[in-house]
Design a binder for this molecule. Structure first.
Ligand code: SF4
Length: 366
């Protein structure tokens, strides 16, 4: 079974930190874009999928009528079983009642709400289109409408953020009827408006120590309130881990449709164009890469180490027909001696200390 990712590259307004492939002011192209998505999905008719994730961009920047059309097309092209995890990202600034109804009647059973913070000054600094109250009430309205699987995204290391304000955001999050929380640190990407504000000193980056402190605080608070960390940045109540995202971390197959989407099928990674004009004219495929066995093993290690449970030696053996020790024994030993990797219960995983230096460890497996 594969996952299906659908990219909606439209937003009401670009956030200050965003370097995703998404555009504002393109409403006139929404219909043509959905036409093209449907055409692209038709090429995969017959595939069995058990997770769907519509992300962006802002899927809820589409009108309720367009959302209904898109969701109906997905269900028509792919056999969607009742157990399929069907997620749509929701921006609180666009979550009108008619769109929430369209998601529910279109078979969506999981929503991922881009909250980022429950502090208005922080939200304003990063250019979000909603305030904290709207984010809060959006989650309440989604629950009241019938969604029982609600994830929220939060961000750490924001301008103006303090340990106290971050703590308050986490407390507010925990008062909501949610099942899953993702917490990512703000990354200052080149060419984004927020980068200029940092460079000119208008905003200050929290130092690395504060960032690590926020990270630890998140882990401690969330786990004390029943959310298990199952991936470096993701926490879930038992049984509510994101099955779609686990496909990425397990290097399972997925189909990606839409602007700049990737697919991974049968050992080949396919890349879609990021050029809207090309995409709408049907030239969606921009390239492909056949992964060598070495590449596949390396990716399996890098992505698998993101999971807190780590990498199953048995799964590695079954997938690659080799013992993990025979391929990576030296690297595992080196980092185990440094106390950042451990091999236990049939798994290789980062230790608590290792999570702080995850990128360094992972780079060894490239
Ligand atoms: S809503 Fe998401 S995709 Fe859109 S501009 Fe903001 S961060 Fe980027």
């Amino acid at each position: 079974m594969k996952g299906l990712y659908i990219h909606i590259p439209f937003c009401v307004k670009k956030c200050e930190y965003c370097d995703f492939v998404s555009f504002s002011g393109m409403d006139a192209r929404h219909d043509a874009y959905i036409d093209m998505l449907i055409r692209e999905m038709e090429a995969y008719r017959g595939e069995n999928i058990d997770t769907v994730f519509i992300g962006g961009g802002t899927p809820t920047a589409l009108s309720s009528k367009r959302l209904t059309r898109l969701l109906a097309a997905v269900r028509k092209i792919f056999p969607i079983a009742r157990e399929t995890e069907f997620t749509v990202e929701v921006n609180p600034g666009t979550a009108t009642e008619d769109k929430i109804s369209a998601l529910l009647s279109g078979g969506v059973d999981r929503v991922s709400v881009g909250v980022q913070s429950f502090n208005d000054a922080e939200l304003k600094a990063i250019g979000r289109i909603h305030d904290a109250r709207t984010a809060y009430t959006t989650v309440i309205r989604l629950k009241a409408a019938g969604f029982n699987n609600i994830s929220i995204d939060l961000m750490a290391s924001l301008p103006y953020q303090t340990i106290e304000s971050f703590n308050a955001t986490l407390d507010t999050a925990l008062s909501l009827p949610i099942t899953h929380i993702s917490v990512y640190s703000l990354i200052i990407e080149d060419g984004t408006p927020i980068q200029k504000k940092y460079q000119s000193g208008i905003y200050k980056m929290p130092d690395e120590d504060t960032d690590r402190q926020l990270y630890r605080l998140t882990g401690e608070l969330l786990s004390s309130r029943g959310f298990n960390r199952y991936e470096i940045s993701n926490y879930a109540r038992a049984g509510f881990e994101s099955r779609h995202n686990l496909k990425y971390w397990n290097c399972d197959e997925y189909i990606g449709v839409g602007l700049a989407a990737h697919s991974y099928i049968n050992g080949v990674r396919y890349y879609n164009t990021s050029d809207m004009t090309d995409y709408l004219s049907g030239k969606y495929r921009a390239g492909e890469e056949i992964l060598s066995d070495t590449d596949k093993r390396g990716e399996f290690m890098i992505l698998g180490l993101r999971k807190i449970e780590g990498i199953s030696e048995a799964v590695f053996g079954r997938r690659f027909g080799m013992d993990i020790e025979s391929v990576y024994g030296d690297i595992i030993l080196k980092y185990a001696n440094l106390g950042v990797l451990e091999k236990a219960d049939g798994f290789v995983r980062l230790t608590e200390r290792g999570l702080d230096v995850a990128n360094t460890v992972m780079s060894e497996f490239v």
